[in-house]
Write a protein that binds this ligand. Sequence first.
Ligand code: UFG
Length: 333
Amino acid sequence: MILVTGGAGYIGSHVAKELLFNGHDVVILDNLSTGHKETVKTLKEMAQGRKGVGELEFVFGDTGDKELLVSLLREKAVSSVVHLAAFSLVGESMQNPGKYFDNNTSRAVNILECMVECGVRNIVFSSTAAVYGEPVEVPITEDHPVKPTNVYGASKVMVEEILRWYDRIHGIKYVSLRYFNAAGADESGLIGEWHEPETHLIPIVMQKVLGQRDKLTVFGDDYPTPDGTCIRDYIHVTDLARAHILALEALEGGMGSKVYNLGNGSGYSVREVIDTVSEVVGQDVVYDIGERRAGDPAVLVASSDKIKKELGWKPGYPELKDIVRSAWKWHWG
Ligand code: UFG
């Protein structure tokens, strides 16, 4: 049995789906602070009656609840943990740091302590490109200096450091996956990106197209990039999810601890993203240009060569257009 914390959220639900469809039994632990009960229901429906698909259980609860975690790890005979439950809004983390250090950092320690107590040895950890801060070199490799410019990134860097100590002292093996910009939705169109409030570019552009929001503002067009807007590396959420399966299976096969970037390796500007959405939906998208958003680096593009080479990971959606198409199926359908 695999414990997936945060499995009712955007990335967590796609990870849970891939695990289930690869035959793993999954128990989701989620306090539904940002995840959705409906998503779990949909996952159950997707898995029901299908051959070769694992069993899904849902437990409502918090990663800070030691008693609950210990009983889960023991009673469900959990072999590995995929830990995604976290807050992830950069802006909010700079206004309310305690919320991030508490949920993202302290509770990760709680999970690790419970794993030690119960003899669970493997964990896949959801980290972020925000650990790097302002890049000094692009594409960013895993050896790039780690110098977060916001509390969200710092809260994850700390967990990576903590993981190193738990490996050294307790022999816990981990894979830390540093996600770049997760986007898109499951090919079924049944699960997808669902944040309230939404802050991410692609869903915001789609909400504008669907008339669900009045305004779309591009945050700054005076960056040192070809069209003046920020460049990001968008990676399909299913490609992200599949990397978790590879990491988990490698850990269960005896691999040592690792840190991997996860991106597509190609950057797209905010304008290019809007143009791609416009092309996919067959409609012009109206936007205005606003101020820069605090803390936005000009360019964030990953080198994912390490995970490709070591785990054989290969993106199934290397083209932004296909990522956007899958997101549109979810938003529109
Ligand atoms: N943007 C706009 N207008 C909007 C929303 C976003 O111009 O209404 C711009 C942003 O300024 C940025 C780009 O679109 O340049 C992408 O922004 P997102 O908010 O979609 O994503 P971020 O790059 O800010 O952040 C994401 C994750 C973080 C993670 C980071 C790492 O949300 O958790 O990627 O790359 F830390």
